[in-house]
Ligand binder design. Structure first.
Ligand code: AMP
Length: 603
């Protein structure tokens, strides 16, 4: 059974866990360190340094070192404007394309940079397991969107890992605690790390996890506490050295270390010295630190309350509270959790390791080791059919859990149509022709005016990923079914490429789709208007008006040939306004006739 490793790819630190004798264990490096700082630095002769080696260069080689890459995964330059002001490295990118991060003399995409960290984790796991590792489960925050998840998958791919599943971090924490074995329950996961704070509320139902709500602050964490403590101590430093990088680095490091010691002890000695610049020695108590960090810790309160409100729950309805992230070791943080979420939080599993361990548990399930947990799979690409004008109509969106089934109703676009073509497609593009064609078949329909036939299309995808498409004419009851295996013949690479293309062409595809839709709408109106000419005459409209109506139709038909969907819609609106009198006359006659008909019936 080839191993599937579990990876927590974090903003500040990353970890890898594997299964040993049925238990997840976090892999340490040769020196016993389990956390790999998520930092990358270009060293001598362009050697890439990752983790602790890179972190130590953050000050001395700041122009050759990047960190917090997770903040840029799957984002465009527009998305990350806020981050840019806070981080020291150069980030570029076209408006809606992925960003590039400048590292020394080259630009990298975020997945390329994350891949350096993943390679290091892969290497550690291989050294520990004594064999090659090819497959992984990687965790992401519950609020990550599709592009961010895909970027994470791409990072794995670049690092030579097949990413079997992207798992939400809070779900991984719950898996590590074995909570999927509960039949049902509500779990709150309080994740307070170095740079980010997340609160997630999950509902477990029959071993399936649903994220009910998430909230948090992407710029709140232990680093803020270190900063606050550091600023307080800066007053003890001679003015001339207050912005000296070496002094600041020494203060920051000791601030973090003292903060950690005060999670265990009531009092500590703050010691920071840089020969010739500073030599600080002073006592620091937990009470003093708490006073400094209270405003920071308090900022976790409101997101928790909002998450509860969004989930529509009272805190009494939470069954378990789990702690994730190094900063949840702080006693003051635990007091707040108890108070706000109303439960004693669980912390038996090291809060730094719990997410990676959960990822390893999920990996083991996928590898076939643990079988008592429900295995859920998702569709890697959207499935749908070709609609009017060649657009893609999605029935089962990408990432839907399978089995799944969806039914939608359609009708015809042309009068007297005797058959409809059901063209089954797979992919993320808005235009049918740009997607992968899976099947195409014809369904005969009874000829009728456009818009009247009712055709039902059902997509049913079973647990093995086999898709059954059934189309049925509801009037005649006649139907047809085809069966396809959507993932057949597609490699992971091809799936990734298709998803990336979807993101890349998103805007241009949308414009094409709008155009097609506007044209289709104009066609329907033109079709009806041409028929209405005769009806207008029967309704007794002046010949002059009917002639004008003909000109108005011709004008709209001309507009239909344009390539600006907004202009087309405007034309349609104008046409409708300017021909309202014709429509009203026809309507009046129809109503009169209907009433006359009723009278006849009654008589
Ligand atoms: P993470 O992002 O989960 O790796 O969390 C790292 C953060 O947790 C850093 O800000 C650390 O300073 C903080 N941290 C780790 N251990 C402790 C501790 N014992 N007491 C207080 N903070 C800690």
């Amino acid at each position: 059974m080839p191993p599937v490793i579990g990876i927590d790819l974090g903003t500040t630190n990353s970890l890898v866990a594997v299964m040993r004798d049925g238990e997840p264990v976090v892999v340490a490096d040769e020196r016993g360190r389990k956390l790999v700082p998520s930092v990358i630095s270009v060293g001598e002769r362009d050697v890439m340094l990752v983790g602790d080696l890179a972190r130590h260069r953050m000050v001395a080689a700041h122009d050759r070192t990047v960190f917090s890459v997770k903040r840029f995964m799957g984002r465009s330059i527009e998305d990350v404007r806020e981050e840019l002001a806070l981080l020291p490295f150069a980030v570029t990118g076209e408006e809606s394309g992925p960003v590039r991060i400048r590292l020394f003399d080259r630009d990298y995409t975020p997945p390329e940079l994350s891949a350096f960290i993943l390679r290091e984790l892969k290497r550690r796991a291989e050294a520990f397991l004594g064999g090659e590792v090819k497959q992984a489960v990687i965790t992401v925050p519950a609020y990550f969107n599709d592009a961010q998840r895909q970027a994470t998958k791409a990072a794995g791919f670049i690092a030579g890992l097949q990413v079997l599943r992207i798992v939400n971090e809070p779900t991984a924490a719950a898996l590590a605690y074995g909570l999927s074995n509960r039949d049902s329950g509500v779990v709150a996961v309080f994740d307070f790390g170095g740079g980010t704070f997340d609160i997630s509320i999950l509902r477990i139902e029959d071993g399936v996890f649903h994220v009910l709500s998430t909230n948090g602050d992407t710029h709140l964490g232990g680093d803020d506490i270190d900063q606050a403590l550091m600023r307080r101590l800066l007053s003890r430093v001679e003015e001339g050295f207050r912005s000296d990088p070496e002094v600041l680095q020494a203060l920051r490091e000791e601030a973090e270390a003292a903060k950690r010691r005060l999670s265990e002890e009531e009092e500590t000695a703050f010691l920071a010295s840089v020969p010739g610049k500073i030599d600080l020695r002073l006592p620091l108590t937990r009470a003093e630190l708490e006073e400094i960090m209270r405003p920071i810790v308090d900022r976790t309160r409101e997101p928790c309350e909002r998450a509860l409100a969004d989930a529509g729950l009272r805190r009494e309805e939470i069954d378990e509270v789990l702690l994730v992230g190094g900063s949840t070791r702080i006693p003051m943080v635990r007091r707040l959790v108890r108070e706000v979420l109303g439960r004693e939080p669980r912390a038996e599993i090291d809060p730094d390791e719990v997410v990676a361990k959960g990822a390893a548990v999920q990996g083991d399930i996928l590898a076939g080791g643990t079988t008592d947990l429900l295995l859920l799979d998702v569709t890697p690409l959207s499935l749908g059919i070709e609609g009017f004008g060649g657009v893609m109509n999605v029935l089962i969106p990408r990432n839907s859990t399978i089995p799944a089934s969806v039914t939608e109703s359609y009708t015809t676009a042309v009068d007297g149509q005797t058959a409809v073509v059901i063209h089954v497609l797979q992919g993320e593009r808005e235009i049918a022709a740009e997607n992968r064609s899976l099947a195409r078949f014809q369904l005969p329909v009874d000829p009728m005016p456009a818009g009247l036939p009712r055709i039902e299309v059902e997509f049913l995808i079973d647990a093995d990923g086999i898709l059954n498409v059934t189309a049925r004419d509801l009037r005649t009851g006649k139907g047809q079914t085809v069966e396809v295996v959507p993932s057949h013949g597609l490699t992971e690479e091809e799936i990734l490429a298709m998803v990336e293309e979807g993101i890349e062409h998103g805007e241009e595809d949308m414009a094409r789709r709008f155009l097609v839709e506007a044209r289709t709408e104009l066609d329907i109106v033109l079709n009806a208007a041409r028929k209405a000419v005769a009806q207008a005459r029967e309704a007794g409209l002046a010949e002059e008006r009917i002639e004008k109506y003909g000109q108005q139709i011709a004008w709209l038909a001309e507009e239909r040939e344009g390539d600006d969907h907004a202009r087309m819609r405007l034309a349609l609106k104008l046409f409708n306004e300017q021909t309202r009198d014709v429509a009203a006359a026809i309507m009046e006659r129809t109503v009169k006739m209907a009433l006359a008909g009723r009278k006849l019936e009654e008589a």
